[in-house]
Design a protein around this ligand. Structure first.
Ligand code: IPM
Ligand code: MG
Length: 358
């Protein structure tokens, strides 16, 4: 079978409609990038009775990178086999299949949207982007899970585990990343309570000695949640575990003002990358042409830059998005009172009109 540059897994909810627009941008900016679509999540269940079918694994095996959309169905249908366990069996299984261990989640505050942030401009002063590096392969996500009967009724258990190697791998990535930016790294844990966090802190402290140019600070996760809101400018790179990273990245998305603008990139130890919006499938928006395509478009830009070394094409997308925002063009999620919202397709048309082929 032929190798291709990009496996496209649009998934569920707004995934397919946003992906359709994203591929129009790809065709404009880098028409030579080869890609093929596969099924994942509820969409895959509908065809194969499987949330992550073999055909999709084979597609990934012959791809240089994965562009992922979103998975999951409406909450009131979560009992149906199509949606039951959908996220665990698709995106989490996929992360495991690819051994993805480092997840980059940049929360960027676009200059044109500073007034959209729920935070006062004075609090945002000096804050352009907070980058969360989330460990993706360990923690409570992948430890043993069980629910069992006891004398006291049902007991549910999720085990959180971290190995030294998992933490060390993330730590090196975090220090390298911080060294290329502002040389400030905040490692977030719950070392006052958790064993996994005590090991986390110990290893980050050890690894720090190899990166003397980077200033390392340890912060407890509850404090970090508050600090992100009262003084976000103190953060440049935050490194944290799987569960805290999930929660803090949603919290950080409130800084720019919408989760619809947050891309992400996940890598394994060999540098293979999967790129996906940080938000979910938003089934309530499905088929309405209202979803913000920015998170998916920016995820494509990250893929082009990091997996295909197409820096020019990546920057072209990022600049076109910035210019679109500068021109006052908005989807519904980033509209302030009095501003006019346009749909997913029309917003993408505006981005495409500002693209020059690379
Ligand atoms: C995310 C999502 C996933 C996670 C869900 C869909 C399993 O919330 O990517 O942040 O918890 O990792
Ligand atoms: Mg999440």
């Amino acid at each position: 079978m032929k190798r291709i540059n990009m496996a496209v897994l649009a998934g569920d909810g707004v995934g397919p409609e946003v992906m359709r627009q994203t591929l129009r941008v790809l065709t404009t900016v880098a028409p030579d990038v080869t890609h093929e679509s596969g099924l994942i999540g509820g969409a895959a269940w509908a065809e194969h009775n499987d949330h992550f079918p073999k055909a999709t694994r084979e597609l990934i095996d012959r791809s240089d990178a994965v562009l992922f959309g979103s998975v999951g169905g409406p909450v009131d249908q979560s009992h149906l086999p199509q949606w039951h366990g959908c996220e665990v069996n698709s995106i989490l299984a996929l992360r495991q299949y690819l051994n993805l261990s480092v997840n980059h989640r940049p929360a960027r505050i676009f200059p044109a949207l500073r007034n959209l942030s729920p935070l006062k401009n004075t609090r945002l002063e000096g804050c352009d982007e907070v980058l969360i590096l989330r460990e993706l392969s360990g923690d409570i996500y992948f430890g043993e899970k069980r629910t069992f009967e006891s004398d006291a009724g049902l007991i549910a258990e999720d085990v959180a585990t971290y190995t030294t190697n998992q933490i060390r791998h993330l730590a090196h990535e975090a220090f390298r990343t911080a060294a290329q930016r502002k040389a400030q790294l905040v490692s977030v844990d719950k070392a006052n309570v958790l064993e996994t966090s005590r090991l986390w802190r110990q290893i980050f402290t050890q690894v720090a000695s190899q990166y003397p140019s980077v200033e390392l600070t340890h912060m407890l996760v509850d404090n970090c949640a508050m600090q992100l809101i009262i003084n976000p400018a103190q953060f440049d790179v935050i490194a944290t575990g799987n569960l805290f990273g999930d929660i803090l990245s949603d919290a950080a998305s409130a800084l720019p003002g919408s989760l619809g603008m947050m891309p992400s990139a996940s890598f394994n130890a060999d540098g293979f990358g999967l790129y996906e919006p940080s938000g979910g499938s938003a089934p309530q928006l499905q088929g309405k042409d209202v979803a913000n395509p920015m998170a998916q478009l920016l995820s494509l830009a990250l893929l082009l830059r990091h997996s295909l070394q197409r820096n020019e094409a990546a920057s072209a997308i990022e600049h076109a998005i910035e210019q679109t925002l500068d021109a006052g063009i908005r989807t519904a999620d980033i509209c302030l009172t009095g501003e006019q919202a346009i749909g997913t397709r029309a917003f993408t048309d505006e981005v495409i009109a500002r693209l020059s082929p690379s």
